[in-house]
Design a protein around this ligand. Structure first.
Ligand code: FE2
Length: 282
């Protein structure tokens, strides 16, 4: 049929016009969405009205869904949905991440079968702040010098969820800690669908390049982090009610701006896993 798309940035991101995700999609449209997702890395669907089962049903067409390790923030009726929110019910937070700034990271980079994507749906948004930015890590990788690419080729880095939680004061219980030990991942991740290579490191969770001494590793990581967030690689999304944004978590990292904690923000996320065969090592 040929979906109508409008680019968000010259290098990545596209708005898909006129597709109602709650109505279900045909096989032909699904195939096109998958192609566009791999090509543009971020797909924005505006003006959606998604009940939780709708979000789960659409996401499931894209892959197996992860049940997040933070069980306290899952939807009671649909555990495939994670609440990202500062809201409280009966005095208890219903969602992860509250209202503070959250720095650049890949979701689930600390797991052996890291997510290939997420769908985030805006239910309640604050008047100011709370934008989400994405960095195109394929473009960042491709534009590196051959010398740096050579330094990274075949290497792994240590990914630490504990480091992220410590940085952003995210409370973690002993069960969650036990289930998320530090892990090594390849620094260059080859996209399981498109085959395109991307830098697979992030400031929030990557602590060390394996096989390179501490200071040199730190300097190289800092260089790569700064390189990756140059303006030409970054798209910042200002949310509107009803926006659903599907991102490629194998080739983009993301961050969130803080917002006024007196305002409410509720986002609902599903997390899409790659096929089993793309678990580490990939
Ligand atoms: Fe995230």
């Amino acid at each position: 049929m040929g979906l109508d798309v409008r680019k968000l940035m010259p290098s990545f991101g596209a708005e898909v016009i006129g597709l109602n995700l709650s109505e279900g999609v045909s096989d032909a449209v699904l195939a096109e969405v998958k192609t566009l997702w791999a090509e543009h890395q971020l797909l924005l669907f505006r003006d959606q009205s998604l009940e939780e089962p709708d979000a789960v049903a659409f996401s499931r067409l894209l892959g197996d869904l992860e049940i997040h390790v933070r069980k306290e923030y899952l939807s009671p009726e649909n555990p495939e949905i994670l609440y990202v929110s500062n809201m409280r019910v009966d005095g208890k937070p219903i969602g992860i991440l509250s209202d503070t700034e959250v720095g650049w990271h890949y979701d689930q980079i600390y797991l052996p079968r890291p997510a290939v994507g997420s769908l985030l749906y805006a239910v309640t948004i604050p008047n100011n702040g709370g934008q989400t930015s994405f960095a195109n890590m394929s473009a960042a990788y491709e534009s590196l010098s051959d010398r740096i690419k050579g330094q990274l080729d075949g290497r792994t880095a240590v990914q630490s969820y504990e480091n992220f939680n410590a940085q952003y004061s995210v409370p973690t219980n002993s069960d969650q800690k036990q289930r998320t030990p530090d892990i090594e991942q390849p620094i260059i991740r080859t996209h399981p669908i498109s085959g395109r290579k991307a830098l697979y490191i992030c400031p929030g969770m990557t602590t060390q390049i394996v096989g390179i001494d501490g200071d040199e590793s730190r300097a190289l990581l800092d260089y790569l982090f700064e390189w990756s967030v140059k303006p030409e690689f970054v798209y910042t999304h200002s949310w509107a009610h009803g926006d659903a944004l599907l991102w490629d978590n194998a080739a983009t990292m993301h961050r969130r701006e803080p917002f006024d904690g007196n305002e409410e923000r509720l986002m609902k996320r599903t997390t899409i896993l790659p096929p089993e065969e793309f678990a580490v090592p990939f």
